[in-house]
Design a protein around this ligand. Structure first.
Ligand code: ZN
Length: 266
């Protein structure tokens, strides 16, 4: 199936072909609906409760209170810890999604911190007590103790890394973006950035773009406005997240003498 294809852009909303003369040919699809933040949070909390229940099961197996005789004890412990891990990760994914639909306000710094760190807190609760109990258990044999502890620590690391909010946004930043930007925005299959122009220079060729509102972009984890697009459209970027907030000064200083870098200590 290697014949040359004629590139065609179809609007997902109207089903009609969009004029084909764009140099950066892309397939566009319509954004998913934003979804219900409360429902996602309830789902997250339920999964986290189940995760903690699996941790309790792991502890009970370790203490030999529970003993499924058809399986070695260490296998039972590992299964309980893996189920614990799966529930933590899915719960955190739902929670983070909810944070991008209905972000916490920065007016309450503690709640903002808590909302964005719930996944990491739950990850800690889901494995650290097991590790402490396993390490302080004097009756368990050394091999079981070592393997169970190593598995729990690895699970803790995986849970923590995948539950952490790497891309936080506040209610104020979401509102600023929704106020400043009118009409549809566009985003690529990966990354944190949305664009106002589908032919933005930051897109590479033949990327599949999603089109939607700013609210939908943020809900999809695209929390930052492209700084090229912001400049081109003269958007007031005070109070909204862009991909250039941190680097803007650096970009303007690109001509700075490179020897400066060489003074770095060895
Ligand atoms: Zn752009």
């Amino acid at each position: 199936m290697a014949e040359t294809k004629k590139k065609k852009i179809v609007s997902a909303s109207t089903g009609k072909e969009v004029s084909g003369a764009r140099k950066k040919a892309t397939v566009k699809k319509q954004a998913a609906p934003v979804g219900n933040a409360t429902g996602l949070r309830v789902g997250a909390i339920l999964l986290w409760v189940v995760a903690l229940a699996f941790e309790v099961v792991a502890v009970l197996i370790f203490n030999k209170t529970i003993n499924l005789t058809f399986m070695p004890q260490i296998a039972q412990i590992i299964i309980a810890l893996v189920l614990d891990l799966i529930c933590v990760i899915i719960g955190s994914t739902l929670w983070k999604k909810a944070n991008h639909i209905k972000p916490a306000s920065k007016k309450n710094p503690f709640l903002f911190w808590l909302w964005n760190n719930m996944g990491v807190i739950v990850s800690t609760l889901a494995f650290v007590p097991f590790v402490i109990l396993a390490l302080t258990n004097k009756e368990a044999d050394k091999k079981t103790k070592t393997i169970a502890t190593v598995v729990a620590v690895i699970a803790l690391a995986i849970a923590g890394l995948s539950s952490a909010e790497w891309n936080p946004i506040s209610e104020e930043e979401q509102q600023a973006a929704m106020t400043e930007i009118e009409g549809d925005v566009f985003w690529a299959p990966s990354g944190k950035v949305y664009h106002m122009d589908e032919d933005c220079q930051a897109f590479t060729n033949s990327e599949e773009l999603t089109v939607g509102t700013v609210e939908e972009a943020i809900a999809a984890g695209r929390t930052r406005l492209c700084s090229f697009c912001a400049k081109r459209h003269d958007v007031n970027t005070d109070g909204l997240l862009t991909d250039g907030n941190e680097d803007e000064a650096a970009l303007e200083d690109e001509t700075v003498d490179e020897t400066e870098e060489e003074t770095t200590e060895e």
